[in-house]
Design a protein around this ligand. Structure first.
Ligand SMILES: Cc1cc2nc3c(=O)[nH]c(=O)nc-3n(C[C@H](O)[C@H](O)[C@H](O)COP(=O)(O)OP(=O)(O)OC[C@H]3O[C@@H](n4cnc5c(N)ncnc54)[C@H](O)[C@@H]3O)c2cc1C
Length: 537
């Protein structure tokens, strides 16, 4: 067969995740602009994705999940940590816990102050508001005309309300909304990206309503293997899809939205990265950009848990099966009840020590016993309280294991490699134990299950527990950091430094991890990039 001519489009977007879906939506608003959105995973039509309580199944399965693993972590007793990432239309927003959180305003002001003009809170806030549809919320602090539904939980578990009372008794005031003030200290029920009790991913919000656009081509099940260059100009991508290996040309730009693990992997596979490391793998170097893959940050998380004897939690026991069946019936009819829960229903922000300008701890409360991300079932009933350190100083790397584009990259978050991080997490664990031990739990109070009575309150005992048990709470960022120092990868317009027609647009560009969950910030990054490309910045 004669070689097929390469297909052409204006913009190629690699990765239909939180940022990629926003970007595809906005760019294709211009009828004269052709956009091709390429996603390695499949379509997002699945009741397991739509039903919020499908979350544990998504974390256990590989169908919509890259199911990654870190390198052995020296400071965590050599453990390898499980890293789920979404591999499906909507990306990680299709498998996440649906918490809507923008991060602390000061985090963005820090980005701008570090030499990234246009990224201050006053710049990014309008982009958050633009995509929000939160009609029941205070219009002074929420948008109401965007495509992203942001809702209150329909049926919070009574234990989540008990948690709020216990947190209040420990000095964390009750918050109705974390977006209504500069300082989010306190606890409340989280707002969720749901619509009428079902998950509302970036794909539901930004792709489903515009599938009919003739200028938007959607290609699922296609894995981009590298960016193609003409000299130092990105001119297209090579991909592996149902029709085999193919090349696609971009008349305007290639936009990498493959997330904090795969965007740096793609840059490296394409010859952009540390030149010596690339040559060692036999990869032709396009440009020596030593920062690619470096600067990785993540929220490391530790949990405390408690038994509860009234069986109000989601547990494993003989009573659960009939309850689940009744709840499934209820969900089918009304889209509420237990199956509409996002699991991490409540939580909030706290300071590990007085005098800090911003909270440096976040709590996530689950009315269930959680082990190993829900991959291991725990017999009985109970609750789990997570504490994560919000602004870690440790930075790790994403690097190539081999030049094979289908091999997973090497993920080394280097957790706790900076000495400042462990004390923050230790205080978080103390706080979580204090909240679970509060008399405010009343009839629901049970014995502490973990760390458990065998673990004392001294630093050494808590540190040992953290090293043996800490896990990710799924917020990797910073692996293609924005900035202008020697290790920055993109400039403040998200252009890869030193080459033309190539940008990175996803969580990997964050110069520093924001103090909160990362889905909404990733979507905001998609909005920002669209404004740059459409000349609206
Ligand atoms: C289990 C879990 C729970 C979470 N809970 C929350 C939460 O409750 N609230 C919150 O705010 N945040 C949460 N997060 C984090 C949040 O969802 C992510 O930070 C955010 O979705 C990242 O967006 P992104 O656009 O950077 O990447 P992603 O959304 O991960 O998108 C990247 C996309 O690129 C695709 N891709 C990768 N490589 C290729 C390739 N070579 N070719 C083609 N396509 C490719 C992927 O399949 C994926 O669809 C959670 C994450 C996880 C995994």
């Amino acid at each position: 067969m004669p070689p097929q001519p390469d297909e052409q489009t204006d913009y190629i977007i690699v990765g239909a995740g939180s940022a990629g879906c926003v970007l595809a939506h906005r760019l294709s608003e211009r009828a004269d602009t052709a956009v091709c959105l390429i996603e390695a995973g499949g379509e997002n039509r699945s009741p397991v994705i739509d039903t919020p309580m499908g979350l544990p199944l998504l974390l256990r399965g590989r169908r919509h999940n890259w199911y990654l693993e870190t390198e052995a972590q020296g400071e965590l007793r050599g453990r390898r940590l499980y890293w789920p990432r979404g591999k499906v239309l909507g990306g990680s927003s299709s498998i996440n816990a649906m918490i809507y959180m923008r991060g602390h305003p000061g985090d963005y002001d820090d980005w701008a102050a570090a030499g990234n003009p246009g990224w201050a809170w006053s710049d990014v806030l309008p982009r958050f508001l633009r995509h929000e549809h939160a009609p029941g919320s205070d219009p002074a602090h929420h948008g109401s005309s965007g495509p992203l539904h942001v809702s209150d939980l329909r049926s919070p578990n009574p234990l989540s309300l008990d948690f709020l009372r216990a947190a209040e008794a420990c000095g964390l005031p009750r918050r109705e909304d974390f977006h209504d003030a500069q300082d989010p200290q306190g606890c409340g029920l989280y707002k969720v990206t749901q619509w009428q009790g079902r998950r509302w991913s970036a794909a539901n919000a930004f792709i489903d309503p515009v599938r009919h656009r003739g200028n938007l081509q959607l290609r699922t099940g296609c894995r981009v293997t590298r960016v193609l260059f003409d000299g130092r100009r990105a001119v297209g991508v090579e991909l592996l899809g149902p029709r085999g290996r193919q090349r696609l040309r971009a008349r305007a730009e290639v936009l990498l939205c493959a997330g904090a693990v795969h965007s740096p992997q793609l840059l490296l596979l394409s010859g952009i990265g540390d030149a010596a490391a690339l040559r060692a793998l036999g990869i032709d170097v396009v440009l020596d950009v030593p920062g690619v893959g470096r600067g990785l940050q993540d929220h490391l998380d530790v949990t405390a848990s408690m038994r509860e004897h009234l069986h109000a939690s989601v547990g494993v026991g003989p009573r659960m099966l009939p309850r689940l069946m009744a709840q499934a019936w209820r969900y089918a009819g009304h889209r509420d009840g237990l199956l509409s829960s996002n699991a991490a229903e409540a939580g909030g922000f706290a300071r590990s020590r007085p005098g800090l300008a911003r909270p440096d701890l976040q709590l996530h409360f689950l009315p269930s016993l959680l082990r190993d991300h829900g991959r291991r079932l725990v017999w009985g009933y109970g609750v789990t309280l997570h504490a994560c350190a919000l602004r870690p100083a440790s930075r790790g790397t994403i690097s190539l294991r081999s030049p094979d584009p289908l091999a997973p990259p090497r993920i080394d978050p280097a957790y706790l490699s900076h000495p400042d991080d462990l004390p923050v997490l230790r205080q978080g664990l103390r706080l979580a134990r204090r909240v679970l031990g509060s008399p405010a739990w009343g009839r629901h109070a049970g014995v502490e299950l973990s760390p458990g009575p065998g673990v004392g309150d001294d630093d050494a005992a808590l540190d040992a527990y953290i090293r043996e048990n800490a896990e990710t709470i799924y917020h990797p960022v910073g692996s293609c950091r924005m900035g202008h120092d020697a290790f920055a990868v993109v400039d403040s317009r998200l252009r890869v430094r030193g080459v033309d027609a190539l940008r990175v647009v996803d969580a990997s560009i964050m110069p520093t991890l924001v103090g909160g969950n990362t889905n909404a910030p990733s979507m905001m990054i998609g909005e920002m990039a669209a404004d740059f490309l459409l000349g609206r910045a």
